[in-house]
Design a protein around this ligand. Structure first.
Ligand SMILES: [Zn+2]
Ligand SMILES: [Zn+2]
Length: 271
């Protein structure tokens, strides 16, 4: 199969809550936080359906986007303007978390696809910061975007001052400069049957935020040991973050995205 992947985006709006019936109000609050509000809350969900397959030599297409839209729209419409927990039987015994929704969309769409067209990925965004990905295996992938600010100066001890200026340009400024970095952390794990989550959101927040505190408000090249003998580039920074977060998250970091400025971002993908 060729390695071209095609993505079509869909939108729906829905309400939901996360609650385990047999748990007390306190326990639901403790595990799900504000997501347990019994009246519910809502999102403008964004669903990206990615497919792969052979390119037809006559049409030049993997699948006609019009056909893909015709197949998927009725599925998405079942969810649009509903209260997921109350209106859809899928969620009688399943939390409508982004992890569970992504897998459900995979299952519902996969069986309707024409011969020779295969799902590659389902990505479901609940907010700009929170989304899930599903690749058709046994794992759930939960992603959240965080922010931190830090300063740095790009400088290599292995190069002369002249060469440093030539290679790093403005980024070599003697007194340094800073960025508002955005870091998206994708955590891969088993989806818990009761909570519908790969990791409780509060747990991910606690661990990632405690780590980001060690970078936030710092001069990376001066204050962080890791950069004592390495330039504080984003390539090295994302490698450092991967190492440290894997320690805090039991080796379950699936993907990281580090945005340095509006013009550039760096990604780490699990091999
Ligand atoms: Zn929600
Ligand atoms: Zn910079």
């Amino acid at each position: 199969m060729n390695s071209v992947v095609l993505t079509r985006r869909f939108y729906f709006c829905a309400a939901h809550y996360y609650r385990v019936k047999e748990w007390s109000e306190e326990k639901n609050r403790e595990v799900f936080g504000i997501h347990s509000n019994p009246s519910g809350h809502g999102h403008n969900f964004v669903l990206d359906v990615s497919v792969k397959g052979e390119i037809d030599p006559i049409t030049g297409m993997i699948v006609n986007l019009t056909d893909l839209k015709r197949i998927i729209t009725p599925i998405v419409e079942r969810f649009d303007h509903t209260f997921l927990n109350k209106d859809l039987s899928y969620f009688e015994n399943m939390q409508p978390t982004v992890e569970n929704l992504a897998k459900l969309f995979w299952d519902l769409i996969e069986e309707k696809l024409p011969d020779g067209v295969f799902l590659q990925r389902i990505k479901l965004k609940a907010t700009d910061k929170v989304f899930a990905e599903y690749y058709g295996d046994n794992w759930g992938i939960f992603c959240k975007k965080y922010r931190f600010s830090a300063g740095h100066r790009l400088f290599s001890q292995k190069l002369s001052n002249g060469k440093n200026r030539e290679i790093y340009g403005k980024c070599n400024n003697f007194h340094g400069h800073g960025h508002n970095y955005y870091l998206t952390v994708c955590y891969k794990g088993d989806v818990d049957e009761k909570t519908g989550m790969t990791i409780p959101l509060s747990e991910l927040d606690r661990r990632v935020k405690s780590f980001l505190k060690t970078l936030s408000g710092k001069r990376l090249d001066k204050d962080i040991e890791f950069f004592k003998d390495k330039p504080a580039t984003s390539e090295n920074l994302i490698s450092f973050i991967r190492e440290e977060l894997n320690k805090l998250l039991g080796g379950n970091v699936f993907k990281l995205k580090l945005t340095e400025t509006r013009n550039n971002f760096f990604e780490y993908l699990e091999e």
